[in-house]
Design a protein around this ligand. Structure first.
Ligand SMILES: Cc1cc2nc3c(=O)[nH]c(=O)nc-3n(C[C@H](O)[C@H](O)[C@H](O)COP(=O)(O)OP(=O)(O)OC[C@H]3O[C@@H](n4cnc5c(N)ncnc54)[C@H](O)[C@@H]3O)c2cc1C
Length: 170
């Protein structure tokens, strides 16, 4: 078995994986992204590309007043008491920063803002979903700190499956 060391191992080359890989590389870490299929993108690249952000420059341009608090209230309302409010708050407290980070790293948002169910103001920001992942992957590779390994499925070890005697390694 080959031995390879990195600071961060990211499992899955979709949007979450490349956000993690790029931000870790920007913080100086050496990263490997494992992707089990022949190409990156995952379901992110096949999604509708409709991202909910609140209080953005684009909304202001269209005269739409919105805020993290209003987004929080809408999400909790839609969740009908089932959601973990601390997680929703973590998301809403950082969503504007995330929007800006995506833009700074090459993600292009269309000029239009759309409304969607469960939102008290229009806040759907549209991207080309495959291009969004591609841009983040390009930005990650440009740091020279990220390697992407295709056809590389991560598997749980026996210990991680809770079997006695397993050694707890990927
Ligand atoms: C049809 C559809 C439309 C959607 N539209 C929207 C939308 O408009 N707006 C919105 O906000 N959300 C939308 N979503 C939800 C959104 O797409 C997902 O929440 C998001 O893409 C998840 O991103 P991810 O990076 O976690 O997963 P993914 O993008 O799926 O990435 C996971 C990657 O991990 C790889 N992988 C899995 N297991 C392993 C393993 N063991 N080892 C190595 N690699 C592995 C997969 O092959 C995949 O490439 C939509 C979802 C679908 C299905």
């Amino acid at each position: 078995m080959n031995h390879y060391e990195c600071d961060l191992l990211v499992i899955g080359g979709g949007l979450a994986g490349f956000c993690a890989a790029l931000s870790a590389a920007q913080a100086g870490l050496q990263v490997v992204v494992l992707e089990k299929t022949a190409q990156t993108g995952g379901s992110s690249a096949m999604s509708g590309g409709c991202l909910a952000f609140a209080g953005t420059d684009l909304q202001r341009f269209h005269g739409i007043e919105d805020s993290s608090q209003l987004l929080f209230d809408d999400l909790v309302d839609v969740g009908k008491g089932e959601c973990d409010e601390s997680l929703v708050k973590l998301y809403t407290d950082h969503q504007l920063q995330t929007y800006q980070w995506l833009k700074d790293n090459g993600v292009v948002f269309a000029d239009v803002i759309e409304a969607a169910s469960g939102q008290s103001v229009p806040r759907v920001h549209n991207v080309d979903p495959a291009d969004m992942v591609r841009q983040l992957q390009l930005a990650a590779l440009a740091t020279n700190k990220v390697e992407v390994w295709l056809h590389s499925r991560a598997r749980r070890s026996a210990a991680q499956r809770g079997w006695p005697g397993g050694r707890g390694q990927y």
